[in-house]
Ligand binder design. Structure first.
Ligand SMILES: NC(=O)C[C@H](N)C(=O)O
Length: 341
Protein backbone atom coordinates (compact mmCIF):
# COMPACT_ATOMS: atom_id res chain seq x y z
CA UNK A 1 0.00 0.00 0.00
CA UNK A 2 1.54 3.38 -1.02
CA UNK A 3 2.34 5.52 1.97
CA UNK A 4 2.01 9.31 1.59
CA UNK A 5 2.85 12.13 3.97
CA UNK A 6 0.66 15.25 3.74
CA UNK A 7 2.27 18.44 5.05
CA UNK A 8 -0.08 21.36 5.79
CA UNK A 9 1.21 24.94 5.66
CA UNK A 10 -1.93 27.06 5.17
CA UNK A 11 -2.93 29.18 2.16
CA UNK A 12 -6.42 29.84 0.79
CA UNK A 13 -7.14 26.11 0.73
CA UNK A 14 -7.13 26.27 4.55
CA UNK A 15 -8.88 29.65 4.95
CA UNK A 16 -12.41 30.64 5.77
CA UNK A 17 -13.96 34.08 5.34
CA UNK A 18 -14.07 36.31 8.41
CA UNK A 19 -15.10 39.90 9.25
CA UNK A 20 -11.62 41.28 8.44
CA UNK A 21 -10.95 39.02 5.47
CA UNK A 22 -9.81 35.45 4.92
CA UNK A 23 -7.79 33.77 7.61
CA UNK A 24 -6.13 30.35 7.81
CA UNK A 25 -7.82 28.11 10.35
CA UNK A 26 -8.76 24.76 8.83
CA UNK A 27 -6.91 21.67 10.00
CA UNK A 28 -5.05 19.70 7.33
CA UNK A 29 -6.93 16.54 8.42
CA UNK A 30 -10.18 18.34 7.43
CA UNK A 31 -8.68 19.21 4.02
CA UNK A 32 -7.80 15.55 3.56
CA UNK A 33 -11.34 14.47 4.50
CA UNK A 34 -12.81 16.94 1.96
CA UNK A 35 -10.50 15.63 -0.78
CA UNK A 36 -11.61 12.10 -0.06
CA UNK A 37 -15.18 13.17 -0.88
CA UNK A 38 -13.91 13.89 -4.43
CA UNK A 39 -11.92 10.72 -5.04
CA UNK A 40 -11.62 8.24 -2.21
CA UNK A 41 -8.53 6.32 -3.21
CA UNK A 42 -8.68 3.31 -0.96
CA UNK A 43 -5.41 1.49 -0.62
CA UNK A 44 -3.40 4.65 0.05
CA UNK A 45 -2.20 5.41 3.55
CA UNK A 46 -1.90 9.15 4.30
CA UNK A 47 -0.18 10.56 7.38
CA UNK A 48 -0.93 14.24 8.12
CA UNK A 49 1.71 16.58 9.55
CA UNK A 50 0.88 20.22 10.38
CA UNK A 51 3.91 22.37 9.53
CA UNK A 52 2.49 25.89 9.84
CA UNK A 53 -0.72 27.82 9.32
CA UNK A 54 -0.11 30.99 7.35
CA UNK A 55 -1.04 32.64 4.12
CA UNK A 56 1.85 32.28 1.73
CA UNK A 57 2.34 36.00 1.14
CA UNK A 58 3.44 36.15 4.81
CA UNK A 59 6.01 33.35 4.39
CA UNK A 60 9.76 34.01 4.36
CA UNK A 61 12.72 32.36 2.67
CA UNK A 62 13.56 30.88 6.08
CA UNK A 63 10.05 29.34 6.20
CA UNK A 64 10.58 27.83 2.75
CA UNK A 65 13.93 26.35 3.84
CA UNK A 66 12.31 24.91 6.98
CA UNK A 67 9.61 23.39 4.77
CA UNK A 68 12.31 21.95 2.52
CA UNK A 69 13.83 20.19 5.56
CA UNK A 70 10.37 18.80 6.47
CA UNK A 71 9.89 17.60 2.90
CA UNK A 72 13.31 15.92 2.93
CA UNK A 73 12.48 14.10 6.17
CA UNK A 74 9.07 13.06 4.84
CA UNK A 75 10.53 11.86 1.51
CA UNK A 76 12.90 9.57 3.41
CA UNK A 77 9.91 7.99 5.09
CA UNK A 78 7.20 7.71 2.39
CA UNK A 79 6.42 6.86 -1.23
CA UNK A 80 5.19 10.38 -1.94
CA UNK A 81 4.92 13.78 -0.24
CA UNK A 82 2.07 16.26 -0.71
CA UNK A 83 2.21 19.85 0.56
CA UNK A 84 -0.80 22.17 0.88
CA UNK A 85 0.33 25.79 0.46
CA UNK A 86 -0.82 29.25 -0.54
CA UNK A 87 -0.63 30.03 -4.23
CA UNK A 88 0.84 33.55 -4.00
CA UNK A 89 4.41 32.31 -3.45
CA UNK A 90 3.98 28.74 -4.64
CA UNK A 91 6.13 29.22 -7.74
CA UNK A 92 9.05 30.33 -5.57
CA UNK A 93 8.61 27.76 -2.82
CA UNK A 94 8.10 24.86 -5.27
CA UNK A 95 11.27 25.99 -7.04
CA UNK A 96 13.23 26.14 -3.78
CA UNK A 97 12.04 22.62 -2.91
CA UNK A 98 13.16 21.49 -6.38
CA UNK A 99 16.65 22.95 -5.79
CA UNK A 100 17.03 20.70 -2.74
CA UNK A 101 15.17 17.54 -3.81
CA UNK A 102 17.23 14.66 -5.13
CA UNK A 103 15.31 11.43 -4.62
CA UNK A 104 12.86 9.47 -6.77
CA UNK A 105 10.02 10.24 -4.35
CA UNK A 106 7.50 12.67 -5.89
CA UNK A 107 6.81 15.91 -4.03
CA UNK A 108 3.51 17.54 -5.00
CA UNK A 109 2.36 20.97 -3.86
CA UNK A 110 -1.22 22.09 -4.14
CA UNK A 111 -3.61 24.75 -2.91
CA UNK A 112 -6.76 26.57 -3.91
CA UNK A 113 -8.11 29.83 -5.26
CA UNK A 114 -11.29 29.61 -3.18
CA UNK A 115 -11.61 29.16 0.59
CA UNK A 116 -12.51 25.95 2.36
CA UNK A 117 -16.24 25.27 2.19
CA UNK A 118 -16.95 28.11 -0.31
CA UNK A 119 -19.41 27.37 -3.12
CA UNK A 120 -17.38 25.87 -5.95
CA UNK A 121 -14.33 25.41 -3.74
CA UNK A 122 -11.41 24.00 -5.76
CA UNK A 123 -9.24 22.87 -2.84
CA UNK A 124 -10.70 19.38 -2.37
CA UNK A 125 -10.31 18.46 -6.04
CA UNK A 126 -6.79 19.88 -6.28
CA UNK A 127 -5.74 17.96 -3.18
CA UNK A 128 -7.38 14.77 -4.45
CA UNK A 129 -5.38 15.11 -7.70
CA UNK A 130 -2.15 15.79 -5.80
CA UNK A 131 -2.62 12.67 -3.68
CA UNK A 132 -3.40 10.56 -6.75
CA UNK A 133 -0.32 11.77 -8.57
CA UNK A 134 1.94 11.35 -5.52
CA UNK A 135 0.79 7.73 -5.10
CA UNK A 136 1.20 6.61 -8.72
CA UNK A 137 4.24 4.87 -10.22
CA UNK A 138 4.50 7.35 -13.12
CA UNK A 139 5.21 10.17 -10.67
CA UNK A 140 8.48 8.62 -9.49
CA UNK A 141 11.56 10.48 -10.76
CA UNK A 142 9.48 13.53 -11.74
CA UNK A 143 10.77 15.70 -8.88
CA UNK A 144 8.73 18.54 -7.43
CA UNK A 145 5.43 19.41 -9.09
CA UNK A 146 2.26 21.40 -8.49
CA UNK A 147 -1.22 19.88 -8.86
CA UNK A 148 -3.75 22.52 -9.93
CA UNK A 149 -6.77 22.67 -12.22
CA UNK A 150 -6.65 18.94 -13.11
CA UNK A 151 -3.05 19.19 -14.25
CA UNK A 152 0.36 18.45 -12.80
CA UNK A 153 2.89 21.23 -13.47
CA UNK A 154 6.67 21.03 -13.11
CA UNK A 155 8.12 23.24 -10.36
CA UNK A 156 10.93 24.49 -12.61
CA UNK A 157 9.48 27.08 -15.00
CA UNK A 158 6.20 27.29 -13.08
CA UNK A 159 4.30 30.58 -13.00
CA UNK A 160 1.15 31.75 -11.29
CA UNK A 161 -0.66 33.20 -14.28
CA UNK A 162 -4.04 34.18 -12.89
CA UNK A 163 -4.99 35.93 -9.67
CA UNK A 164 -8.49 34.46 -9.30
CA UNK A 165 -9.24 31.82 -11.95
CA UNK A 166 -9.10 28.17 -11.00
CA UNK A 167 -6.50 27.61 -13.73
CA UNK A 168 -3.99 29.55 -11.68
CA UNK A 169 -0.74 27.95 -12.87
CA UNK A 170 1.14 27.22 -16.03
CA UNK A 171 4.65 26.40 -17.15
CA UNK A 172 4.87 28.39 -20.41
CA UNK A 173 6.90 26.63 -23.07
CA UNK A 174 7.07 23.44 -21.02
CA UNK A 175 3.50 22.25 -20.53
CA UNK A 176 2.01 19.93 -17.91
CA UNK A 177 3.58 16.66 -16.75
CA UNK A 178 0.18 14.97 -16.56
CA UNK A 179 -3.58 15.36 -16.48
CA UNK A 180 -5.54 13.99 -13.52
CA UNK A 181 -9.31 13.86 -13.84
CA UNK A 182 -12.28 11.49 -14.14
CA UNK A 183 -10.46 9.66 -16.91
CA UNK A 184 -7.63 8.85 -14.52
CA UNK A 185 -3.96 9.80 -14.69
CA UNK A 186 -2.51 10.63 -18.12
CA UNK A 187 1.24 11.34 -18.01
CA UNK A 188 2.34 13.72 -20.74
CA UNK A 189 5.98 14.67 -20.22
CA UNK A 190 9.03 13.66 -18.22
CA UNK A 191 10.95 16.63 -16.80
CA UNK A 192 14.73 16.90 -16.77
CA UNK A 193 15.85 16.78 -13.16
CA UNK A 194 19.05 18.64 -12.30
CA UNK A 195 21.21 17.50 -9.41
CA UNK A 196 20.37 19.35 -6.17
CA UNK A 197 22.00 22.74 -5.79
CA UNK A 198 20.90 23.29 -2.20
CA UNK A 199 22.62 20.66 -0.10
CA UNK A 200 23.04 20.75 3.67
CA UNK A 201 20.99 22.70 6.16
CA UNK A 202 20.49 26.42 5.54
CA UNK A 203 18.48 28.51 7.99
CA UNK A 204 18.31 31.37 5.48
CA UNK A 205 19.74 32.46 2.12
CA UNK A 206 21.80 35.54 1.21
CA UNK A 207 19.85 38.66 0.36
CA UNK A 208 19.04 38.86 -3.35
CA UNK A 209 16.69 41.56 -4.67
CA UNK A 210 14.67 41.83 -7.87
CA UNK A 211 14.81 45.18 -9.69
CA UNK A 212 12.13 45.78 -12.31
CA UNK A 213 12.53 47.60 -15.61
CA UNK A 214 9.85 49.98 -16.87
CA UNK A 215 9.64 52.77 -19.41
CA UNK A 216 12.40 55.25 -18.66
CA UNK A 217 13.71 53.43 -15.54
CA UNK A 218 16.84 54.92 -13.96
CA UNK A 219 19.33 53.27 -11.61
CA UNK A 220 17.85 54.53 -8.31
CA UNK A 221 16.30 51.18 -7.33
CA UNK A 222 19.46 49.27 -8.28
CA UNK A 223 21.65 51.54 -6.12
CA UNK A 224 19.12 51.28 -3.26
CA UNK A 225 19.21 47.47 -3.12
CA UNK A 226 23.03 47.55 -3.26
CA UNK A 227 23.05 49.92 -0.28
CA UNK A 228 20.57 47.63 1.51
CA UNK A 229 23.17 44.85 1.29
CA UNK A 230 22.03 42.77 -1.68
CA UNK A 231 24.60 40.06 -2.37
CA UNK A 232 23.03 39.41 -5.75
CA UNK A 233 20.55 41.25 -7.98
CA UNK A 234 18.01 39.95 -10.49
CA UNK A 235 16.91 42.30 -13.23
CA UNK A 236 13.32 41.81 -14.37
CA UNK A 237 14.24 43.11 -17.81
CA UNK A 238 12.22 44.07 -20.86
CA UNK A 239 11.63 41.41 -23.51
CA UNK A 240 14.71 39.22 -23.97
CA UNK A 241 16.32 40.75 -20.88
CA UNK A 242 17.05 44.34 -21.85
CA UNK A 243 17.59 47.12 -19.35
CA UNK A 244 17.57 50.85 -20.09
CA UNK A 245 21.05 52.07 -21.19
CA UNK A 246 21.44 53.88 -17.87
CA UNK A 247 20.58 50.76 -15.88
CA UNK A 248 22.80 48.62 -18.13
CA UNK A 249 25.77 50.84 -17.20
CA UNK A 250 24.88 50.58 -13.51
CA UNK A 251 24.59 46.76 -13.77
CA UNK A 252 28.05 46.55 -15.36
CA UNK A 253 29.41 48.63 -12.49
CA UNK A 254 27.76 46.32 -9.94
CA UNK A 255 29.29 43.30 -11.72
CA UNK A 256 32.74 44.96 -11.64
CA UNK A 257 32.28 45.43 -7.88
CA UNK A 258 31.93 41.64 -7.56
CA UNK A 259 28.17 41.34 -7.09
CA UNK A 260 26.43 38.76 -9.32
CA UNK A 261 23.64 40.08 -11.54
CA UNK A 262 21.07 37.74 -13.10
CA UNK A 263 18.82 38.65 -16.00
CA UNK A 264 15.22 37.44 -16.36
CA UNK A 265 12.29 38.81 -18.34
CA UNK A 266 9.28 40.74 -17.16
CA UNK A 267 7.30 39.01 -19.92
CA UNK A 268 5.41 35.90 -18.88
CA UNK A 269 7.08 33.41 -21.23
CA UNK A 270 10.17 32.72 -23.30
CA UNK A 271 13.91 32.86 -22.68
CA UNK A 272 16.30 35.77 -22.14
CA UNK A 273 19.10 36.20 -24.68
CA UNK A 274 21.91 38.75 -25.04
CA UNK A 275 20.86 40.40 -28.30
CA UNK A 276 20.82 44.20 -28.03
CA UNK A 277 23.67 46.68 -27.73
CA UNK A 278 23.30 48.91 -24.64
CA UNK A 279 20.90 46.30 -23.27
CA UNK A 280 21.00 42.52 -22.98
CA UNK A 281 24.07 42.06 -25.20
CA UNK A 282 26.17 44.34 -22.96
CA UNK A 283 24.88 42.55 -19.86
CA UNK A 284 25.90 39.24 -21.39
CA UNK A 285 29.42 40.29 -22.30
CA UNK A 286 29.71 41.95 -18.88
CA UNK A 287 29.22 38.57 -17.19
CA UNK A 288 25.59 38.71 -16.10
CA UNK A 289 23.83 35.39 -15.66
CA UNK A 290 20.99 34.79 -18.14
CA UNK A 291 18.29 32.86 -16.29
CA UNK A 292 16.74 30.96 -19.21
CA UNK A 293 12.96 30.90 -19.03
CA UNK A 294 12.77 31.28 -15.24
CA UNK A 295 10.56 34.02 -13.86
CA UNK A 296 12.46 36.80 -12.03
CA UNK A 297 11.14 35.29 -8.78
CA UNK A 298 12.52 31.82 -9.51
CA UNK A 299 15.78 33.35 -10.79
CA UNK A 300 16.10 35.14 -7.46
CA UNK A 301 15.85 31.86 -5.54
CA UNK A 302 18.37 30.21 -7.89
CA UNK A 303 20.89 33.03 -7.49
CA UNK A 304 20.53 33.13 -3.69
CA UNK A 305 20.97 29.34 -3.49
CA UNK A 306 24.07 29.46 -5.71
CA UNK A 307 25.62 32.22 -3.58
CA UNK A 308 24.96 30.06 -0.51
CA UNK A 309 26.38 26.99 -2.25
CA UNK A 310 29.64 28.68 -3.31
CA UNK A 311 30.29 31.17 -0.50
CA UNK A 312 33.05 33.74 -0.97
CA UNK A 313 33.26 32.83 -4.66
CA UNK A 314 33.70 35.34 -7.47
CA UNK A 315 30.47 36.32 -9.26
CA UNK A 316 31.69 34.44 -12.31
CA UNK A 317 31.87 31.20 -10.24
CA UNK A 318 28.35 31.80 -8.90
CA UNK A 319 27.08 32.47 -12.42
CA UNK A 320 28.81 29.33 -13.73
CA UNK A 321 27.21 27.23 -10.97
CA UNK A 322 23.80 28.61 -11.99
CA UNK A 323 24.53 28.02 -15.69
CA UNK A 324 25.38 24.36 -15.17
CA UNK A 325 22.24 23.89 -13.07
CA UNK A 326 20.10 25.64 -15.73
CA UNK A 327 21.62 23.45 -18.44
CA UNK A 328 20.79 20.30 -16.48
CA UNK A 329 17.26 21.63 -15.93
CA UNK A 330 16.81 22.23 -19.66
CA UNK A 331 16.08 25.93 -19.12
CA UNK A 332 15.93 27.63 -22.52
CA UNK A 333 17.93 30.64 -23.63
CA UNK A 334 21.19 29.90 -21.86
CA UNK A 335 23.71 32.50 -22.95
CA UNK A 336 27.38 31.53 -23.16
CA UNK A 337 29.49 32.73 -20.27
CA UNK A 338 31.23 35.98 -20.96
CA UNK A 339 34.69 36.17 -22.45
CA UNK A 340 35.33 39.52 -20.83
CA UNK A 341 35.35 38.38 -17.20
N1 LIG B 1 -4.89 31.38 -3.40
C1 LIG B 1 -4.04 31.55 -2.39
O1 LIG B 1 -3.64 30.61 -1.75
C2 LIG B 1 -3.59 32.94 -2.12
C3 LIG B 1 -3.27 33.25 -0.70
N2 LIG B 1 -3.15 34.68 -0.54
C4 LIG B 1 -1.96 32.61 -0.26
O2 LIG B 1 -1.01 32.62 -0.99
O3 LIG B 1 -1.88 32.12 0.84
Amino acid sequence: MPRLILLGTGGTIATTDGPDGRRVGVATSDLLAASQDVWADSGVDVEVREVRRTVSFAATVADALALSAEVGAAAADADGVVVTHGTDTMEEVAFLLALAHGSAVPVVMTGAQRPYGAPGADGPRNLAAALRWAACDEARHTGVAVAFGDRIWPAIGLRKINSLALDAFSAPGRGPLAHVDEEGIRPQAVPRLPRPLLTGAHADLPRVDVVAQYLGADATALHAVRRAGAQGIVMAGFGVGNTTPQVTEACLEVLREGVPVAVASRTCAGPVVGLYAEGSSDLNTGGALFAGDLSPWQARVLLAAAIAAVPAAAPSAVADRCRSWLAEAGARGRSPSSGRR
